[in-house]
Design a protein around this ligand. Structure first.
Ligand SMILES: [Zn+2]
Length: 331
């Protein structure tokens, strides 16, 4: 069975070069610890990559994909390096640099890689121009974006303009949690990831629905990371509020659950029951295989896992590759 992984991350090669030259990467200090894990420090933000594999160059990465039985990865920048909080010139230059690099990696091995770019979300004009370059010149498939733009929610007018362009261009958008804004209550047990990440994705999706953006963008292709966070399971509560409260229903043409099928969802649930429930709530045609490679919270053997679940062969095949081929225009 062919496997396309739509959720896999890179650290840029240009970051490795900066490290070797003892330089900053667009304002980010790079260190490595004894285990080979990369430590990124940007201002007050400090991120330690969860495995040494983030450092692997594109050509050596293919052996890791073979081991995981993944045919094609849709490469996207590690979200810790998204630059939404940085000065716009730094953000824009970093985006262009990474986009060129991913396009290069794809053109060297189009049989194994496809790619997503990044855009400087605080500046709609430059975002739209770079999005056009990503889609039309670099032949990437879309973009990865965070769950907030410099700590602000996604229901912003200027962001809607960017989404309109993305819809027009047919860009695929991987919506990924950024460092949670609820960090004050999630300091221990990795809750910042276990609870904070799904909460961020749920909050982002809720803002896209309740703002009316999804109503106005019927063909937008947004994939919610980690199977949509809590969205599939919170939807009854959303519908109840829509029927009860004017501040919830004001912007919408129909109830929140009617928009569930307007999103895509990856498979990263770490649970047979969880994935089955998402399929039951959403429908298998919107579910795309993802791994979060090479994170420690990722799925190491995605094909083996999907094959072990009680689903029809057709559904497995659709989830592993056919749905992604359709969403990305690979067929
Ligand atoms: Zn991820």
């Amino acid at each position: 069975m062919k496997v396309i992984d739509i959720h896999s991350h890179i650290l840029p090669a240009s970051l490795r070069v900066a490290y070797e030259n003892n330089e900053l990467w667009y304002g980010t200090k790079i260190e490595r610890n004894k285990e080979g894990r990369t430590i990124l420090t940007t201002g007050k933000r400090k991120n330690v990559m969860s495995t040494p594999e983030y450092w692997t160059p594109y050509n050596e990465r293919i052996a890791l994909m073979d081991d995981a039985e993944v045919d094609t990865q849709l490469l996207s920048l590690n979200p810790q390096l998204l630059r939404d909080s940085d000065p716009i010139d730094i953000a824009f230059n970093a985006c262009k640099d990474v986009n060129d690099e991913i396009a290069d990696a794809v053109s060297n091995r189009p049989d194994r890689y496809q790619g997503l770019g990044t855009i400087p979300l605080k500046d709609p004009e430059r975002s739209i121009s770079e999005l056009n370059r990503i889609m039309n010149e670099l032949n990437l498939k879309g973009i990865i974006i965070g769950s907030h733009i410099d700590h602000k929610n996604l229901n912003q007018h200027h962001f809607f303009e960017i989404l309109m362009e993305a819809e027009k261009l047919g860009a695929f958008i991987l919506l990924h949690p950024l460092s949670t804004r609820a960090h004050d209550i999630m300091g221990e047990y990795h809750l910042i990831n276990l609870i904070g990440n799904p909460m961020e994705t749920t909050t982002a999706a809720a803002n896209l629905i309740f703002s009316g953006f999804m109503d106005q963008l019927p063909n937008i292709k947004i994939c919610l990371s980690h199977a949509g966070g809590y969205l599939p399971f919170a939807i009854g509560r959303f519908d109840h509020a829509y029927n009860t409260r004017k501040d919830v229903s004001d912007n919408l043409n129909s109830k929140p659950s009617d928009y569930l099928k307007n999103f895509y969802y990856d498979t990263i649930t770490h649970s047979d029951t969880g994935l089955n429930q998402v399929i039951e709530i959403i429908g298998s045609d919107r579910i795309l295989l993802g791994t979060d490679f090479p994170a420690d919270m990722g799925v190491k053997k995605p094909l083996k896992w999907i094959e072990s679940i009680n689903l029809s062969e057709d559904i497995k095949n659709n989830i592993c590759s056919v749905n992604a081929e359709n969403a990305l225009g690979l067929n």
